[in-house]
Design a protein around this ligand. Structure first.
Ligand SMILES: Nc1nc2c(ncn2[C@@H]2O[C@H](COP(=O)(O)OP(=O)(O)O)[C@@H](O)[C@H]2O)c(=O)[nH]1
Ligand SMILES: [Mg+2]
Length: 199
């Protein structure tokens, strides 16, 4: 008899200044595509990423939250129930790094207290124009105690798989099986209901 595949579902936030590359990272991880034109995310974009960790089917529902001020309330509401967070900054823009504390403040009350927090540098292919260095990362660690740091590029497709895999593993280790499998069942039910409505 083969054992049923275990399923896990987690909601994960992707936050950071406009144009740092949040949508590009989510697009790269879900479709392996890259677009050089910039389309501002208005409100919130959703992505679904599924992969296996130790024979467990992990589904991450990614919330890529737009940075406009008028969406402040929406941002708080969207953050509800999140189990993990990617704090993203553009390696070539110092301001995008310094704004991360504020980004974290704006969603932290709605984040689960066990939520893994990953710091993500984007656009590592543009490293020759970098404005952030390893000393900055070390001092940020002292301030915000993030769980992991990854340098990524959606353009050359580097670092992103590693970051997501590590997030998946940490989520599985921090949350109880009955919590994440219940979430997965709920999600399946909603997907089924949606198909029902469409057909
Ligand atoms: N060179 C380079 N450009 C990138 C990378 N990721 C995103 N971009 C570009 O940066 C701009 C903003 O990206 P986007 O994902 O829309 O940013 P968002 O506002 O944070 O969602 C777009 O023109 C992207 O093509 C990367 O890894 N390398
Ligand atoms: Mg976007």
């Amino acid at each position: 008899m083969s054992a049923a595949i275990k399923e896990a579902f987690f909601k994960v936030l992707v936050v950071g200044d406009g144009a740092v590359g949040k949508t590009s990272m989510c697009t790269q991880i879900t479709t392996q595509e890259f677009f050089s034109d910039y389309n501002l995310t208005v409100g919130c974009d959703f992505f679904i990423k599924r992969f296996y960790v130790n024979n467990i089917s992990v589904t991450l529902q990614l919330f890529d939250i737009g940075g406009q001020d008028q969406f402040e309330k929406l941002r708080k509401a969207f953050a509800g129930g999140a189990k993990g967070i990617f704090l993203t900054f553009d390696i070539t823009r110092r301001d995008s790094f310094y704004n991360l504390e504020q980004w974290y403040e704006s969603v932290k009350d709605n984040l689960d207290f066990r939520a893994p927090m990953f710091l993500i540098a984007t656009k590592k292919d543009l490293r020759k124009s970098a404005e952030i260095w390893s000393e900055d990362i070390t001092s940020f660690q002292e301030k915000l105690a993030f769980d992991a740091y990854f340098e990524t590029s959606a353009y050359i497709g580097e670092g992103i798989n590693e970051a997501f895999e590590a997030m998946g593993k940490m989520l599985l280790s921090r949350f109880d099986e009955n919590e994440y499998s219940k979430e997965a069942q709920k999600m399946k039910f909603l997907e089924g209901a949606q198909r029902g409505v469409r057909s």
